[in-house]
Ligand binder design. Sequence first.
Ligand code: NAP
Length: 387
Amino acid sequence: MERRTLIAQCTKFYMRQTNLAHNLAGLSSTGFSLCYWRRIDIAALTRQNSLSPLANNHKFRAREMSKMKAIVVHEFGAPEVMKLEEFTTPKAAAGQAVVRIHAAGVNPFDTYMRAGTYAIKPPLPYIPGGEGAGVVDSVGEGVTKFKPGDRVYVGHPITGTYAEYSLALESQLHRLPERTTFSQGAGIYVACGTAYHALYHHANARASETLLVHGASGGVGIAAVQIARAIGMTVIGTAGTDKGLELVRREGAHHAFNHKTAGYTDAILKATNGRGVDVVLEMLANINLAADLKLLARFGRVIVIGSRGDISITPRDLMARTASVRGFVLWGISEADEADVHAGLYAGLDNATIRPVVGKELPLGEAVRAHKEIMETGALGKTILIP
Ligand code: NAP
């Protein structure tokens, strides 16, 4: 997607959320700096607390001034710009809830955002983390669907999840099925939500079709394998290590191939008896897109989920197959599709067709390590931080 289009799409989406958060927080526009990430920036959080009409009440003042541990980014750059600090615990205004985060999901986009290379740059300083799971700690006026003590997962909350507490709109909370652990819950929205959205809303995947998950050993890929297998598709997955291949097979792929082995695309084609695959979910399009087009059957679709650069393709490969390439970012999802995603994920988690795989659990203070390792090869599921 062209960068400008992406920015426009994301900005529209974030402003919709921002205005809502802004109105609910009851802050003046001058006292509330831009919060693209559906997240108030930390300076605004401080102002919110200090400007609260409850500030003169000692009981509430004590609560407002309580501190939490959080990872804070003061400048864009290398992983080391993330510092473990004490910060004011957020407080729920009307329509909001504070969640005690038990596990925070680490995603590749967290690293792009921290580096300052992502299409969206949050105002500095900010707390990273677009998803997590925990227990509702407190709710603001007008919140009716959740109460303190409820187990939830959060997607794109107002303040980041690399912290002991995260502030979210009621609409950003989702029930965590009893059988799902907090660490699994921290990897639901971005990984499983992306896989679900890609298969159902973009690929229009059907049970009779063959799917290639190009990069199946990571968070998104494993979820895609599980969902596709559950709906009856023939599933082919790739990974870059023997352990990754084993995991991909264990989670439901009929065939698994190493994307680092020469000639592996020929082996994929052979596994389809030369027919090709109907759908490719692509995690690294800048490396694989040209080859993906040659792996497609007639009317095949490549869904670009991840890409870290440019690539040349042969358009005739599309023409010869009446094929298409489509990309998306989860942040651009419509409200209707998002509701569909959460309903589908809840059902899948509840009946165990979706089983988020936790590859690595690290203490919150090891966020720097988590950001370094998630960009290395050898993925085996989700990386989680435990505050
Ligand atoms: P992840 O857990 O770090 O997994 C990365 C996956 O890519 C692993 O399976 C890895 O396999 C695989 N990979 C590495 N080299 C590859 C190659 N040459 N060909 C094919 N696959 C290769 O990341 P994730 O959370 O699953 O996300 C995957 C990608 O999607 C990332 O780029 C992320 O930024 C993007 N993403 C996009 C959206 C969206 O809204 N569009 C949402 C979520 C994620 P090995 O490690 O086994 O080699």
